[in-house]
Write a protein that binds this ligand. Structure first.
Ligand code: GDP
Length: 424
């Protein structure tokens, strides 16, 4: 059976959790392929709310095996906390498999991220300070520790000593912090090792065998295309690679296994943290989008910046990811605006750009060229079929589809499962 990829097309928070939930019935594996504990899914069960940041949302379904693939960075302390949180809610966390090749977030990664963000001052990236960037940095520098190292104490200690020697010099001499003690880290991590041993394995083989046995695999990205380390708005990006191509590299399967690449897009745009955002609305309508859409970060609680649908970045996302279909979320948020705006192109330095400008300076100066469309007042939360949407809302969606050049497969009009309208 083929595999599908779910990918955010904007700056993250597009509603990937909702899309995964919609597709979950047909899936046997849900695989998280990049990022760390910086992507949030909110789960409400037994009257309690749990925020998952690392464990794939597939964990909520008893027929699904949840996989954390090679390209994710794992903080074992957070992983165990999330597993305990799930167990306390009566959700069985034991159908989780973590790749032995996944790199670990170590205590010095958190320390270093805190001090370097402070050091950058007004140029700080606004990271989540979970040690994710530094862990990816060490992976590339070949001084990272991997999940499999937990199960060989001698190797763990050797690798830790090599890394810590340099980290402690930086912490003490550059930033005037206290050094970290290897023995304390070893004690903590060996305790994590005892508990995590049953959950660590060869996930590439597991997924491959699953595909050969005819089961369905969903590869789920975190963050979004515009935050991609290579293709996003560098340096205001995440430290990993959300674009669809990386799903294969991380999961350890080949490109011929994929048949659908589902691009999740909000019906408008949001962005957390610093960086350029051409269609940002600084006025009352931007505030209204934020209020109606409850645009606050799941992990950080930070207020998201809000603006209008940007067809230029969607065309870029369609190109980079090879999107086969769009899953449009939060259309309900756009009710009651009178007119709704869509950015069809940018103007910069006297030129018109229908595609992403070729360099970042132009993107920073890009002014959106808007098309205004008729709005609608109806509350869409109760709508249960695409045909029952108000004519103006359907026209809006038709226009998005034409501008992006990718068909819309599903439209979401609320957080609930029954609020996903399939477009036949
Ligand atoms: P992710 O970071 O892309 O996985 O985004 P989430 O799954 O956290 O979704 C963002 C938030 O939007 C969640 O609180 C969802 O419940 C909510 N949400 C998703 N789709 C819709 C929708 O169509 N309408 C509304 N009003 N909320 C939605």
């Amino acid at each position: 059976m083929p595999a599908s990829i779910v990918i955010g097309t904007q700056w993250g928070d597009e509603g990937k959790g909702k899309a995964t939930d919609y597709l979950a019935d047909r899936m046997h594996f849900v695989v998280r392929y990049q990022g760390g504990n910086n992507a949030g899914h909110t789960i409400v069960a037994e009257g309690q709310t749990l925020k998952l940041q690392l464990v794939p949302s597939g964990i909520l379904y008893t027929h699904i095996t949840s996989v954390i693939a090679d390209g994710v960075v794992v903080d074992p302390r957070v992983l165990l906390e999330e597993m305990d949180g799930l167990a306390a809610l009566g959700i069985d966390p034991t159908r989780l498999v973590v790749s032995g090749n996944a790199h670990m977030i170590m205590p010095y990664h958190l320390e270093l991220e805190k001090v370097t963000e402070r050091f950058l001052g007004k140029n700080a990236l606004g990271t989540t300070k979970r040690g994710i960037g530094p862990a990816y940095g060490d992976k590339a520098a070949r001084i990272g520790l991997r999940m499999q190292d937990l199960f060989d104490e001698k190797i763990f200690r050797e690798k830790l000593d090599i890394a810590l020697k340099e980290k402690n010099l930086v912490l003490t001499k550059v930033y005037g912090r206290l050094p970290l003690t290897a023995n304390l880290i070893v004690d903590d991590y060996m305790r994590y090792a005892d508990r995590l041993r049953p959950y660590v394995g060869d996930t590439s083989k597991l997924i491959h065998d699953g595909l050969r046995a005819g089961t369905n695999v969903l590869l789920e990205g975190a963050q979004g295309t515009m935050l991609d380390l290579d293709h996003g708005t560098y340096p205001f990006v995440t430290s990993s690679t959300p674009v669809a191509g990386y799903a294969l590299a991380s999961a350890g399967i080949g490109p011929r296994e994929i048949d659908r690449v589902i691009g999740i897009t909000k019906a408008y745009v949001t962005r957390v943290g610093a960086g350029p955002f051409p269609t940002e609305d600084h006025g009352p309508e931007g505030d209204r989008l934020g209020e109606r859409g409850r645009e606050f970060g799941t992990v950080t609680g930070r207020k998201r910046r809000c603006g209008w649908f940007d067809a230029v970045i969607l065309r870029y996302a369609a190109r980079l990811n090879g999107l086969s279909e769009l899953f449009v979320t939060k259309l309900d948020v756009l009710s009651g605006f009178g007119t709704v705006r869509v950015c069809t192109a940018y103007r910069a330095d006297g030129e018109i750009f229908e595609d992403m400008p070729p360099n970042q300076s132009l993107f920073h100066r890009a002014e959106p060229a808007y098309e205004e469309l008729e709005g609608w007042d109806e509350d869409l939360g109760q709508v249960r079929s695409f045909e029952a949407l108000p004519a103006a809302a359907r026209k809006y969606l038709d226009r998005l589809q034409d501008l992006v050049g990718v068909p819309i497969g599903v439209v979401s009009v609320g957080p609930g499962r029954e609020q996903s309208l399939s477009v036949s």
